[in-house]
Design a protein around this ligand. Structure first.
Ligand SMILES: Cc1ncc(C[n+]2csc(CCOP(=O)(O)OP(=O)(O)O)c2C)c(N)n1
Ligand SMILES: [Mg+2]
Length: 419
């Protein structure tokens, strides 16, 4: 019997003590309606806007290499966003989702966990992959849905996944990854792995039933999992204050018996420290931790969205001043770790690498049509084979409508005047 099973067995409660928690509840004779003001949730902040450390205890929280790796991954992600929004506007890819403004929340937390930890994401967390070493070409192959894309082009752009980097493939339906993360972390515990699951989602996704099921399951089954909510203020055009009335998402963790911390999501150091400590706690105590990262989606929701219809430029300007990359930049200057020339070189090199990767990936052929029905069942089911045969006949009849590369598709669209 493994240690884990033993500890689970030991904990089987005596039926008489099942309601022991009742002893903790005090009786009152006053009608007291408790609201969110009774237990305000503070926010961990370790860097001020000038990049100064606010708590000297954390001066040595990370070393220079980690801080610079994190900073460069934030820059890589920002440049990737700019490049891909441009590519979508040029008709080269169909869709993109930027994480601009949320780099510290995503990359900071990723740096705070270990490579052996599983990461499950929503769709805006390309910074986690960038930190783990996903290359420009890997990003492009996924977004151009070509034969080199591990998804074989069967997903929309931004549905990344990479087994070698312990990064679970993105699912389109909101909240999918939350109960999956609880289950994955349960498996990690049962097999005695020294690893946790880090699960990202947005504050809008926290309105899905899967959020509640996932947190409750993880709490009850004692799963070593970090649930990381990026509270970026919006779910497409719905502002957070029209999404819920409670004190953000953090207050819900406590309701499920999950240790919870709210963090300034634009502060990379605070995110790093919170994730690192949450990881240690989750592993030591076999339990989930909820982190609510308070941040702002500076970008449009996606390339299909125009935020000018639902928020003001003034509001955006306030948050642009709180840019997490700027704050980290100032911190690195303060501690003397930043070499501006090296940074300029990195930015130039990244732009050129991304452009070269884009030009390479858009010329690659699409995956063979026959593979559209493989990889799900051991053998292709007859109804799927019938559908594939019909599709193949259709494509054979109208080959000009089905070019073999993304580049050709984009060129055809431009020829038709469709952007
Ligand atoms: C089950 C489900 N319902 C609706 C959608 C459409 N949808 C895609 S993203 C999104 C908003 C999500 O907002 P949030 O979770 O805050 O994440 P953010 O985009 O802000 O990062 C919605 C409603 C979906 N993908 N899945
Ligand atoms: Mg959101």
């Amino acid at each position: 019997m493994s240690d884990v099973t033993q500890s689970t067995a030991k904990k089987t409660p005596d039926p008489v003590s099942r309601r022991d928690h009742m002893a903790q509840i005090t009786a009152t004779q006053a009608v007291n309606l408790i609201d969110k003001q009774s237990a305000p949730m503070p926010m961990l902040q370790l860097l001020n806007s000038d990049g100064n450390i606010l708590n000297k205890q954390y001066i040595d929280a990370w070393d220079k290499d980690t801080a610079l790796k994190l900073f460069y991954a934030m820059h890589f992600t920002r440049i990737l966003d700019e490049r891909m929004i441009g590519a979508q506007r040029q008709g080269r890819i169909s869709f993109y989702l930027a994480c601009t403004g949320e780099e510290a929340a995503i990359v900071g937390a990723t740096a705070g966990v270990e490579m052996r930890d599983m990461i499950m994401t929503q769709y805006r967390e390309q910074g986690a992959l960038a930190y783990r070493g996903y290359t420009a070409t890997q990003f492009m192959n996924q977004m151009f849905s070509n034969v080199l894309d591990p998804n074989k082009g069967r997903q929309m752009p931004i549905h990344y996944g990479d087994k070698a980097l312990n990064f679970m493939t993105v699912s389109s339906p909101l909240g999918t990854q939350i109960p999956q993360a609880a289950g994955y972390a349960y498996g990690q515990k049962m097999s005695g792995e020294d690893a946790i699951t880090l699960c990202f989602f947005g504050e809008g996704a926290a309105s899905e039933g899967d959020f509640h099921a996932g947190l409750n399951m993880a709490a009850v089954l004692e799963c070593p999992c970090i649930f990381l909510c990026r509270n970026n203020g919006y779910a497409i055009s719905t502002p957070a204050d029209e999404q819920f009335k409670g004190d953000g998402i953090a207050s819900r963790g406590i309701g499920y018996g999950v240790h919870t911390i709210r963090v300034d999501g634009n502060d990379a150091l605070a995110m790093y420290v919170a994730a690192k400590e949450a990881r240690a706690y989750a592993l030591k105590h076999n339990c989930p931790v909820l982190i609510e990262a308070m941040t702002y989606r500076l970008a449009a929701h996606s390339t299909s969205d125009d935020p000018s219809g639902y928020r003001s430029r003034d509001e955006e300007a306030v948050w642009r001043e709180k840019d997490p990359i700027m704050r980290m930049h100032r911190y690195l200057q303060q501690v003397g770790w930043l070499h501006e020339k090296a940074l300029d070189g990195f930015i130039t090199q990244t732009r050129s690498d991304l452009l070269a990767a884009l030009k390479f990936s858009e010329k690659q052929a699409t995956a063979p049509l026959s593979e559209i029905v493989t990889d799900v069942y051991a053998e292709v089911e007859p109804h799927l084979q019938d559908q594939l045969d019909a599709l193949q006949m259709h494509v054979n009849k109208y080959p000009e409508a089905y070019p073999n590369t993304s580049q050709q598709t984009a060129a055809d669209k431009q020829g038709e005047g469709v952007q």
